[in-house]
Design a protein around this ligand. Structure first.
Ligand code: UGA
Length: 438
Protein backbone atom coordinates (compact mmCIF):
# COMPACT_ATOMS: atom_id res chain seq x y z
CA UNK A 1 0.00 0.00 0.00
CA UNK A 2 1.04 3.62 -0.35
CA UNK A 3 0.97 5.37 2.99
CA UNK A 4 1.88 8.78 4.30
CA UNK A 5 2.83 9.69 7.85
CA UNK A 6 2.47 13.31 8.95
CA UNK A 7 4.82 14.09 11.84
CA UNK A 8 8.17 12.32 12.07
CA UNK A 9 8.87 12.55 15.79
CA UNK A 10 9.14 9.47 17.94
CA UNK A 11 5.84 7.98 16.94
CA UNK A 12 5.84 8.99 13.26
CA UNK A 13 9.44 8.12 12.40
CA UNK A 14 9.12 4.66 13.95
CA UNK A 15 5.73 4.08 12.33
CA UNK A 16 6.94 5.18 8.88
CA UNK A 17 10.06 3.01 9.03
CA UNK A 18 8.20 0.01 10.44
CA UNK A 19 5.44 0.19 7.81
CA UNK A 20 8.11 0.31 5.08
CA UNK A 21 9.85 -2.65 6.72
CA UNK A 22 6.55 -4.52 6.38
CA UNK A 23 6.54 -3.86 2.62
CA UNK A 24 4.43 -0.72 2.26
CA UNK A 25 5.54 2.33 0.31
CA UNK A 26 5.75 5.17 2.79
CA UNK A 27 6.40 8.90 2.70
CA UNK A 28 7.08 10.66 5.99
CA UNK A 29 6.39 14.39 6.21
CA UNK A 30 7.56 16.85 8.85
CA UNK A 31 7.99 20.63 9.00
CA UNK A 32 11.38 20.22 10.73
CA UNK A 33 13.97 20.27 7.91
CA UNK A 34 16.82 19.03 10.13
CA UNK A 35 14.78 16.02 11.20
CA UNK A 36 13.84 15.21 7.61
CA UNK A 37 17.49 15.54 6.50
CA UNK A 38 18.63 13.12 9.23
CA UNK A 39 15.88 10.61 8.50
CA UNK A 40 16.51 10.79 4.74
CA UNK A 41 20.14 9.95 5.45
CA UNK A 42 18.98 6.90 7.42
CA UNK A 43 19.79 8.42 10.80
CA UNK A 44 17.24 8.42 13.61
CA UNK A 45 17.11 11.88 15.24
CA UNK A 46 16.82 10.18 18.66
CA UNK A 47 18.21 7.08 20.35
CA UNK A 48 16.06 4.04 19.66
CA UNK A 49 17.52 0.55 19.39
CA UNK A 50 16.82 -1.06 15.98
CA UNK A 51 15.53 2.11 14.33
CA UNK A 52 18.71 3.01 12.41
CA UNK A 53 18.81 -0.51 10.99
CA UNK A 54 15.29 -0.57 9.61
CA UNK A 55 15.52 3.05 8.43
CA UNK A 56 18.59 2.29 6.36
CA UNK A 57 17.05 -0.88 4.95
CA UNK A 58 13.77 0.79 4.04
CA UNK A 59 15.45 3.81 2.43
CA UNK A 60 17.76 1.59 0.42
CA UNK A 61 14.80 -0.47 -0.80
CA UNK A 62 13.25 2.74 -2.13
CA UNK A 63 10.06 2.13 -0.12
CA UNK A 64 10.68 4.92 2.39
CA UNK A 65 11.11 8.60 1.58
CA UNK A 66 10.84 11.77 3.64
CA UNK A 67 9.83 15.29 2.72
CA UNK A 68 9.13 18.67 4.28
CA UNK A 69 6.52 19.27 1.57
CA UNK A 70 3.10 17.89 2.43
CA UNK A 71 2.30 17.66 -1.31
CA UNK A 72 4.49 14.52 -1.22
CA UNK A 73 1.52 12.65 0.30
CA UNK A 74 -0.23 12.65 -3.08
CA UNK A 75 -0.61 9.13 -4.34
CA UNK A 76 -0.90 7.65 -0.87
CA UNK A 77 -4.37 6.41 0.09
CA UNK A 78 -3.90 6.10 3.85
CA UNK A 79 -2.52 9.06 5.80
CA UNK A 80 -1.38 8.68 9.39
CA UNK A 81 -1.40 11.68 11.72
CA UNK A 82 1.46 11.22 14.19
CA UNK A 83 2.21 14.73 15.42
CA UNK A 84 2.74 15.63 19.07
CA UNK A 85 0.08 16.78 21.54
CA UNK A 86 2.16 18.41 24.29
CA UNK A 87 0.86 19.86 27.53
CA UNK A 88 -0.35 23.44 27.07
CA UNK A 89 1.85 26.00 28.72
CA UNK A 90 0.54 26.75 32.21
CA UNK A 91 -2.37 24.30 31.90
CA UNK A 92 -3.01 20.60 32.29
CA UNK A 93 -4.87 20.27 28.98
CA UNK A 94 -3.28 18.97 25.77
CA UNK A 95 -2.35 21.29 22.93
CA UNK A 96 -3.94 19.82 19.80
CA UNK A 97 -2.88 22.63 17.50
CA UNK A 98 -0.33 20.42 15.70
CA UNK A 99 -3.04 17.87 14.95
CA UNK A 100 -5.31 20.60 13.58
CA UNK A 101 -2.46 22.03 11.51
CA UNK A 102 -1.64 18.58 10.13
CA UNK A 103 -5.25 18.04 9.04
CA UNK A 104 -5.45 21.51 7.44
CA UNK A 105 -2.20 20.93 5.53
CA UNK A 106 -3.43 17.54 4.38
CA UNK A 107 -6.89 18.62 3.18
CA UNK A 108 -5.84 20.13 -0.19
CA UNK A 109 -4.00 16.92 -1.08
CA UNK A 110 -6.67 14.37 -0.17
CA UNK A 111 -8.61 12.39 -2.75
CA UNK A 112 -12.11 10.99 -2.33
CA UNK A 113 -11.87 7.56 -0.73
CA UNK A 114 -8.64 8.30 1.15
CA UNK A 115 -8.43 7.26 4.78
CA UNK A 116 -6.97 9.59 7.39
CA UNK A 117 -5.83 7.69 10.49
CA UNK A 118 -5.15 9.46 13.76
CA UNK A 119 -2.37 7.97 15.89
CA UNK A 120 -1.62 10.97 18.11
CA UNK A 121 -2.86 10.89 21.72
CA UNK A 122 -5.77 13.35 21.79
CA UNK A 123 -8.55 14.50 24.12
CA UNK A 124 -11.65 12.40 23.55
CA UNK A 125 -13.92 14.11 21.02
CA UNK A 126 -11.10 15.29 18.77
CA UNK A 127 -11.61 12.57 16.14
CA UNK A 128 -15.28 13.40 15.73
CA UNK A 129 -14.41 17.06 15.27
CA UNK A 130 -11.75 16.23 12.66
CA UNK A 131 -14.10 13.90 10.78
CA UNK A 132 -16.60 16.74 10.54
CA UNK A 133 -13.84 19.03 9.28
CA UNK A 134 -12.92 16.55 6.53
CA UNK A 135 -16.60 16.37 5.51
CA UNK A 136 -17.06 20.14 5.60
CA UNK A 137 -14.00 20.58 3.38
CA UNK A 138 -15.62 18.20 0.89
CA UNK A 139 -12.62 15.87 0.81
CA UNK A 140 -14.60 12.64 0.54
CA UNK A 141 -11.99 11.14 2.89
CA UNK A 142 -12.83 8.97 5.90
CA UNK A 143 -11.30 9.20 9.34
CA UNK A 144 -10.31 6.42 11.74
CA UNK A 145 -8.52 6.54 15.08
CA UNK A 146 -5.80 3.98 15.68
CA UNK A 147 -3.89 4.63 18.91
CA UNK A 148 -0.33 3.51 19.35
CA UNK A 149 1.03 1.79 22.43
CA UNK A 150 4.74 1.69 21.66
CA UNK A 151 7.24 2.06 24.46
CA UNK A 152 10.42 4.00 23.96
CA UNK A 153 13.35 1.62 23.86
CA UNK A 154 11.13 -1.08 22.29
CA UNK A 155 9.46 1.14 19.71
CA UNK A 156 10.26 -0.87 16.58
CA UNK A 157 9.40 -4.20 18.19
CA UNK A 158 6.13 -2.77 19.59
CA UNK A 159 5.15 -1.35 16.18
CA UNK A 160 5.93 -4.44 14.12
CA UNK A 161 4.61 -6.90 16.72
CA UNK A 162 1.99 -4.93 18.68
CA UNK A 163 0.25 -6.64 21.60
CA UNK A 164 -3.08 -5.42 20.26
CA UNK A 165 -4.52 -3.26 17.48
CA UNK A 166 -7.31 -0.81 18.18
CA UNK A 167 -9.47 0.72 15.45
CA UNK A 168 -11.88 3.57 16.11
CA UNK A 169 -14.17 3.60 13.09
CA UNK A 170 -16.79 6.03 11.70
CA UNK A 171 -20.37 5.61 12.91
CA UNK A 172 -21.81 4.94 9.46
CA UNK A 173 -21.71 1.14 8.91
CA UNK A 174 -20.58 1.30 5.26
CA UNK A 175 -17.88 3.86 6.04
CA UNK A 176 -16.77 1.76 8.99
CA UNK A 177 -16.46 -1.32 6.80
CA UNK A 178 -14.42 0.60 4.21
CA UNK A 179 -12.09 2.04 6.85
CA UNK A 180 -11.68 -1.33 8.54
CA UNK A 181 -10.81 -3.08 5.29
CA UNK A 182 -8.16 -0.44 4.59
CA UNK A 183 -6.64 -0.75 8.07
CA UNK A 184 -6.70 -4.56 7.83
CA UNK A 185 -4.62 -4.25 4.67
CA UNK A 186 -2.12 -1.93 6.41
CA UNK A 187 -1.79 -4.32 9.35
CA UNK A 188 -2.09 -7.56 7.36
CA UNK A 189 1.16 -8.96 8.79
CA UNK A 190 0.20 -8.36 12.43
CA UNK A 191 -3.32 -9.70 11.87
CA UNK A 192 -1.93 -12.82 10.18
CA UNK A 193 0.12 -13.36 13.34
CA UNK A 194 -3.14 -13.39 15.36
CA UNK A 195 -2.61 -10.01 17.02
CA UNK A 196 -5.81 -9.26 18.95
CA UNK A 197 -7.92 -6.63 17.19
CA UNK A 198 -10.34 -4.43 19.09
CA UNK A 199 -12.81 -2.48 16.98
CA UNK A 200 -14.87 0.39 18.32
CA UNK A 201 -15.91 3.93 17.59
CA UNK A 202 -13.79 7.08 17.52
CA UNK A 203 -14.38 8.04 21.15
CA UNK A 204 -13.60 4.56 22.48
CA UNK A 205 -10.33 4.37 20.55
CA UNK A 206 -9.26 7.79 21.82
CA UNK A 207 -10.14 6.78 25.37
CA UNK A 208 -8.38 3.41 25.19
CA UNK A 209 -5.08 5.18 24.76
CA UNK A 210 -5.39 7.59 27.67
CA UNK A 211 -7.02 4.97 29.88
CA UNK A 212 -4.07 2.62 29.32
CA UNK A 213 -1.52 5.29 30.22
CA UNK A 214 -3.61 6.42 33.20
CA UNK A 215 -3.72 2.85 34.47
CA UNK A 216 0.04 2.40 34.11
CA UNK A 217 0.72 5.70 35.87
CA UNK A 218 -1.67 4.73 38.67
CA UNK A 219 0.08 1.40 39.11
CA UNK A 220 3.45 3.12 39.50
CA UNK A 221 2.12 5.72 41.93
CA UNK A 222 0.34 3.02 43.89
CA UNK A 223 3.58 1.15 44.52
CA UNK A 224 5.36 4.41 45.29
CA UNK A 225 2.70 5.22 47.89
CA UNK A 226 3.36 1.76 49.36
CA UNK A 227 7.07 2.64 49.38
CA UNK A 228 6.28 5.67 51.54
CA UNK A 229 4.45 3.50 54.04
CA UNK A 230 7.14 0.83 53.90
CA UNK A 231 9.71 3.47 54.72
CA UNK A 232 8.07 4.52 57.97
CA UNK A 233 7.23 0.98 59.06
CA UNK A 234 10.50 -0.74 58.23
CA UNK A 235 8.84 -2.89 55.57
CA UNK A 236 10.36 -3.59 52.16
CA UNK A 237 8.44 -2.42 49.09
CA UNK A 238 10.29 -4.69 46.65
CA UNK A 239 9.31 -7.80 48.59
CA UNK A 240 5.78 -6.42 48.87
CA UNK A 241 5.62 -5.88 45.07
CA UNK A 242 6.90 -9.41 44.45
CA UNK A 243 4.27 -10.83 46.77
CA UNK A 244 1.26 -8.93 45.42
CA UNK A 245 2.57 -9.33 41.85
CA UNK A 246 2.11 -13.11 42.04
CA UNK A 247 -1.62 -12.45 42.05
CA UNK A 248 -2.32 -12.56 38.33
CA UNK A 249 -5.09 -10.02 38.73
CA UNK A 250 -2.44 -7.56 39.90
CA UNK A 251 0.71 -8.65 38.02
CA UNK A 252 4.30 -7.70 38.87
CA UNK A 253 5.03 -5.41 35.90
CA UNK A 254 4.98 -1.64 36.50
CA UNK A 255 5.24 -2.21 40.24
CA UNK A 256 8.82 -0.97 40.53
CA UNK A 257 8.99 1.69 43.21
CA UNK A 258 11.54 4.47 42.95
CA UNK A 259 11.71 8.06 41.78
CA UNK A 260 8.61 7.63 39.64
CA UNK A 261 7.54 8.07 36.05
CA UNK A 262 8.45 10.70 33.52
CA UNK A 263 8.82 10.99 29.77
CA UNK A 264 6.81 12.58 27.00
CA UNK A 265 3.65 10.54 27.60
CA UNK A 266 2.54 9.39 31.07
CA UNK A 267 2.80 12.73 32.91
CA UNK A 268 1.18 14.87 30.24
CA UNK A 269 -1.42 12.25 29.36
CA UNK A 270 -2.82 11.91 32.89
CA UNK A 271 -2.98 15.70 33.21
CA UNK A 272 -4.70 16.11 29.85
CA UNK A 273 -7.12 13.31 30.67
CA UNK A 274 -8.19 14.87 33.95
CA UNK A 275 -8.48 18.29 32.26
CA UNK A 276 -10.72 16.75 29.59
CA UNK A 277 -12.89 15.13 32.26
CA UNK A 278 -13.36 18.57 33.84
CA UNK A 279 -14.47 19.95 30.47
CA UNK A 280 -16.92 17.07 30.15
CA UNK A 281 -18.42 17.84 33.57
CA UNK A 282 -16.99 14.65 35.09
CA UNK A 283 -13.91 16.12 36.72
CA UNK A 284 -14.49 14.24 39.97
CA UNK A 285 -14.24 10.88 38.17
CA UNK A 286 -10.60 11.47 37.30
CA UNK A 287 -9.55 13.64 40.20
CA UNK A 288 -7.54 10.69 41.53
CA UNK A 289 -5.20 11.16 38.57
CA UNK A 290 -4.11 14.47 40.05
CA UNK A 291 -3.20 12.55 43.21
CA UNK A 292 -1.35 10.00 41.07
CA UNK A 293 0.57 12.94 39.60
CA UNK A 294 1.22 14.45 43.03
CA UNK A 295 2.50 11.14 44.49
CA UNK A 296 4.78 10.89 41.48
CA UNK A 297 6.19 14.40 41.85
CA UNK A 298 6.82 13.85 45.57
CA UNK A 299 9.16 10.96 44.72
CA UNK A 300 11.67 13.39 43.28
CA UNK A 301 11.50 15.54 46.41
CA UNK A 302 11.91 12.45 48.56
CA UNK A 303 14.98 11.41 46.59
CA UNK A 304 16.56 14.82 47.13
CA UNK A 305 15.71 14.65 50.87
CA UNK A 306 17.39 11.26 51.06
CA UNK A 307 20.56 12.64 49.48
CA UNK A 308 20.55 15.59 51.89
CA UNK A 309 20.03 13.23 54.84
CA UNK A 310 22.81 10.93 53.63
CA UNK A 311 25.17 13.90 53.53
CA UNK A 312 24.38 14.87 57.10
CA UNK A 313 21.89 17.63 56.26
CA UNK A 314 23.83 19.70 53.76
CA UNK A 315 24.76 19.04 50.16
CA UNK A 316 26.51 22.37 49.62
CA UNK A 317 29.77 21.83 47.70
CA UNK A 318 29.46 18.06 48.15
CA UNK A 319 30.23 16.00 45.08
CA UNK A 320 27.18 14.05 43.97
CA UNK A 321 27.60 11.43 41.23
CA UNK A 322 24.28 11.13 39.40
CA UNK A 323 23.98 7.91 37.41
CA UNK A 324 21.34 8.40 34.73
CA UNK A 325 19.59 11.34 33.09
CA UNK A 326 17.13 9.73 30.67
CA UNK A 327 13.57 9.16 31.90
CA UNK A 328 14.17 5.44 31.42
CA UNK A 329 16.98 3.21 30.15
CA UNK A 330 17.64 2.64 26.42
CA UNK A 331 16.45 6.13 25.65
CA UNK A 332 18.04 9.56 25.26
CA UNK A 333 14.72 11.21 26.10
CA UNK A 334 14.87 13.66 29.01
CA UNK A 335 11.38 15.10 28.65
CA UNK A 336 10.01 15.38 32.19
CA UNK A 337 12.77 13.03 33.31
CA UNK A 338 12.76 12.40 37.08
CA UNK A 339 16.49 11.63 36.83
CA UNK A 340 17.37 14.98 35.25
CA UNK A 341 15.01 16.73 37.67
CA UNK A 342 16.80 15.23 40.68
CA UNK A 343 20.16 16.34 39.27
CA UNK A 344 18.86 19.88 38.74
CA UNK A 345 17.33 20.10 42.22
CA UNK A 346 20.58 18.94 43.86
CA UNK A 347 22.55 21.40 41.77
CA UNK A 348 20.14 24.11 42.91
CA UNK A 349 21.00 23.26 46.54
CA UNK A 350 24.64 23.96 45.81
CA UNK A 351 25.82 20.39 45.32
CA UNK A 352 28.62 19.77 42.86
CA UNK A 353 26.68 17.46 40.54
CA UNK A 354 28.50 15.25 38.04
CA UNK A 355 25.88 13.44 35.99
CA UNK A 356 26.43 10.68 33.50
CA UNK A 357 24.26 8.70 31.11
CA UNK A 358 25.07 6.41 28.17
CA UNK A 359 22.80 8.33 25.76
CA UNK A 360 21.12 11.38 27.30
CA UNK A 361 24.01 13.78 27.98
CA UNK A 362 23.60 15.84 24.76
CA UNK A 363 19.87 16.41 25.39
CA UNK A 364 20.48 17.18 29.08
CA UNK A 365 23.30 19.59 28.27
CA UNK A 366 21.01 21.48 25.92
CA UNK A 367 18.31 21.88 28.60
CA UNK A 368 20.44 22.19 31.75
CA UNK A 369 23.92 23.43 30.78
CA UNK A 370 24.65 24.42 34.40
CA UNK A 371 25.07 20.76 35.43
CA UNK A 372 28.41 18.97 35.42
CA UNK A 373 28.60 16.02 33.05
CA UNK A 374 30.96 13.09 32.61
CA UNK A 375 30.66 10.68 29.70
CA UNK A 376 32.49 7.98 31.60
CA UNK A 377 30.85 6.40 34.66
CA UNK A 378 34.19 6.09 36.45
CA UNK A 379 34.84 9.82 35.98
CA UNK A 380 31.44 10.58 37.50
CA UNK A 381 32.15 8.32 40.48
CA UNK A 382 35.62 9.68 41.08
CA UNK A 383 35.80 11.43 44.46
CA UNK A 384 32.00 11.36 44.98
CA UNK A 385 30.59 12.02 48.45
CA UNK A 386 27.41 10.22 47.47
CA UNK A 387 26.26 8.19 44.45
CA UNK A 388 22.69 8.60 43.25
CA UNK A 389 21.30 6.01 40.82
CA UNK A 390 18.31 7.45 38.99
CA UNK A 391 17.98 5.63 35.63
CA UNK A 392 18.31 1.85 35.61
CA UNK A 393 20.64 1.42 32.63
CA UNK A 394 22.10 -2.07 32.40
CA UNK A 395 25.62 -0.80 33.02
CA UNK A 396 24.56 0.75 36.36
CA UNK A 397 22.61 -2.36 37.30
CA UNK A 398 25.83 -4.32 36.75
CA UNK A 399 28.17 -1.93 38.57
CA UNK A 400 30.76 -3.69 40.67
CA UNK A 401 30.48 -2.35 44.25
CA UNK A 402 34.12 -3.14 44.98
CA UNK A 403 35.51 -1.35 41.92
CA UNK A 404 33.12 1.57 42.40
CA UNK A 405 34.11 1.73 46.07
CA UNK A 406 37.72 2.33 45.10
CA UNK A 407 36.75 5.46 43.14
CA UNK A 408 34.44 7.36 45.49
CA UNK A 409 35.35 9.42 48.55
CA UNK A 410 32.43 8.10 50.62
CA UNK A 411 30.77 4.75 49.99
CA UNK A 412 27.19 6.00 50.13
CA UNK A 413 24.73 5.04 47.40
CA UNK A 414 21.06 5.89 47.03
CA UNK A 415 19.29 3.59 44.62
CA UNK A 416 16.41 5.61 43.19
CA UNK A 417 15.27 2.66 41.06
CA UNK A 418 15.66 -0.15 43.61
CA UNK A 419 17.65 -2.25 41.17
CA UNK A 420 20.86 -3.01 43.04
CA UNK A 421 21.35 -5.94 45.35
CA UNK A 422 21.58 -4.33 48.80
CA UNK A 423 23.51 -7.26 50.28
CA UNK A 424 26.38 -7.20 47.82
CA UNK A 425 26.72 -3.43 48.15
CA UNK A 426 26.64 -3.56 51.95
CA UNK A 427 29.10 -6.45 51.94
CA UNK A 428 31.47 -4.24 49.93
CA UNK A 429 31.28 -1.64 52.71
CA UNK A 430 28.68 0.67 51.20
CA UNK A 431 25.94 2.48 53.03
CA UNK A 432 23.16 1.42 50.63
CA UNK A 433 19.71 2.98 50.68
CA UNK A 434 16.84 2.13 48.36
CA UNK A 435 13.42 3.78 48.26
CA UNK A 436 10.95 2.07 50.58
CA UNK A 437 13.45 -0.73 51.01
CA UNK A 438 14.89 -2.13 54.22
C1 UGA B 1 4.39 4.77 27.82
C2 UGA B 1 3.51 3.51 27.75
O1 UGA B 1 4.13 2.47 28.50
C3 UGA B 1 3.33 3.08 26.30
O2 UGA B 1 2.46 1.96 26.24
C4 UGA B 1 2.73 4.24 25.53
O3 UGA B 1 2.55 3.91 24.14
C5 UGA B 1 3.64 5.43 25.63
O4 UGA B 1 3.82 5.81 27.00
C6 UGA B 1 3.00 6.56 24.87
O5 UGA B 1 1.94 7.02 25.26
O6 UGA B 1 3.52 6.92 23.80
P1 UGA B 1 7.04 5.18 27.65
O7 UGA B 1 6.74 6.63 27.91
O8 UGA B 1 7.98 4.81 26.58
O9 UGA B 1 5.68 4.40 27.32
O10 UGA B 1 7.62 4.62 29.01
P2 UGA B 1 7.23 3.51 30.07
O11 UGA B 1 8.00 2.28 29.81
O12 UGA B 1 5.79 3.40 30.23
O13 UGA B 1 7.85 4.19 31.38
C7 UGA B 1 7.34 5.44 31.83
C8 UGA B 1 8.02 5.86 33.10
O14 UGA B 1 7.59 5.05 34.18
C9 UGA B 1 9.54 5.80 33.10
O15 UGA B 1 10.05 6.99 33.68
C10 UGA B 1 9.83 4.60 33.97
O16 UGA B 1 11.07 4.70 34.61
C11 UGA B 1 8.69 4.66 34.96
N1 UGA B 1 8.38 3.37 35.60
C12 UGA B 1 7.94 2.32 34.85
C13 UGA B 1 8.48 3.23 36.97
O17 UGA B 1 8.86 4.19 37.70
N2 UGA B 1 8.16 2.04 37.55
C14 UGA B 1 7.73 0.99 36.82
O18 UGA B 1 7.44 -0.08 37.42
C15 UGA B 1 7.63 1.13 35.44
Amino acid sequence: MRLSVIGCGYLGAVHAASMAELGHEVVGVDVDAAKIAALSAGRAPFFEPELDGILARAIESGRLTFSTDVAAVRGASVHFIAVGTPQRRGENAADVSYVDAAIESLIPHLSAGDLVVGKSTVPVGTAQRLATRLDDAGTGALLAWNPEFLREGFAVEDTIHPDRLVYGLPDDAADAATAKARLDEVYAAALAADTPLVVGDHATAELVKVAANAFLATKISFINAMADIAEVTGADVTTLADAIGFDQRIGRRFLNAGIGFGGGCLPKDIRAFSARAEELGRGESLRFLLEVDAINMRRRERMVEMVVEALGGNVYKKKVAVLGLAFKPDSDDVRDSPALDVAVRLNGLGAHVIATDPAAIPNSLRLQPQLGFATDTNDALHGADVVVLVTEWKEYRELDPVAAGALVREKVIIDGRNILDPTSWRDAGWNYRGMGRR
